[in-house]
Ligand binder design. Structure first.
Ligand SMILES: [Zn+2]
Length: 236
């Protein structure tokens, strides 16, 4: 069985500028190769992703790094600009993300799993689920018109694969080079690998795509789980 993303419009909604690279970039690249339109919405600006004294204007640096990674994929980037560590599911945040959905009009959304380890990721999960429902509700007014129907929603794997039971795996063996190139754009984070309180992201990513690949009998894979809810499953 092989999924074909050719008629899809796929948007990853992530908390931080490097999350898409770690958790779904291989699948986004596969979708792009099939002919799908791709977008990444980064909710937080990455301003606390490094000790403040080390790098001035970190948010601007991380925005450029995210743009660099997305350009390798030919993806549109939406930058919501919320501060790290403060993300919450509230009316203002929903309204902002609803408008993002209405501008791109995705048919399939990737979002952090509700069980994710990171508080910003869990908030992003709730926010993405709510906004990707209300984007098709005409009662929720934003600048752009409501979508005709809600997009399907897939939960992404968690970093380190804890507390996440994959519903299915996507073979990304051919997309490993671009996934690695995209992560390599995040110089500010990769340089933190020497910090004792920070993980080596490249190693972490490799272990994860190889482990998910092992589970699925391929060299590399990304794991997802469909959001099993009314109007959210889609058929592929
Ligand atoms: Zn993150």
């Amino acid at each position: 069985m092989k999924l074909d993303f050719s008629d899809e419009r796929v948007m990853a909604v992530v908390a931080h500028p490097d999350d898409a690279e770690l958790l779904c970039a291989g699948t986004l690249a596969r979708a792009k190769a099939d002919g799908a339109a791709i977008a990444v919405c980064v909710l937080c600006r990455g301003d606390k992703g490094q000790p403040r004294k080390k790098l001035a204007k970190l948010s601007a640096v991380r925005r450029k790094e995210a743009a660099c990674a997305a350009s390798l994929l030919g993806a549109r980037v939406f930058w919501a600009g919320f501060a790290d560590g403060t993300l919450a599911d509230g009316p203002a945040q929903r309204s902002k993300l609803i408008e993002v959905f209405r501008q791109f009009r995705p048919t399939l959304v990737f979002a952090h799993a509700p069980s994710d380890y990171h508080p910003d990721h869990r908030a992003a999960s709730q926010l993405a689920e709510a906004a990707s429902w209300f984007c098709a509700s005409r009662g929720h007014s934003t600048c752009s018109p409501a979508m005709r129907t809600q997009p399907a929603l897939w939960w992404m794997d968690t970093l380190g694969m804890t507390d996440f039971n994959p519903g299915f795996h996507i073979d990304i063996t051919k997309q490993v080079p671009i996934k690695e190139q995209m992560l390599a754009c995040h110089h500010s984070q990769l340089s933190r690998g020497r910090d004792p309180d920070f993980s080596d992201l490249t190693q972490l990513m490799r272990r994860q795509y190889r482990t998910r690949g092992l589970q699925a009998g391929v060299a590399a894979a990304e794991a997802f789980c469909a959001h099993v809810a009314f109007r959210r499953l889609g058929a592929f």
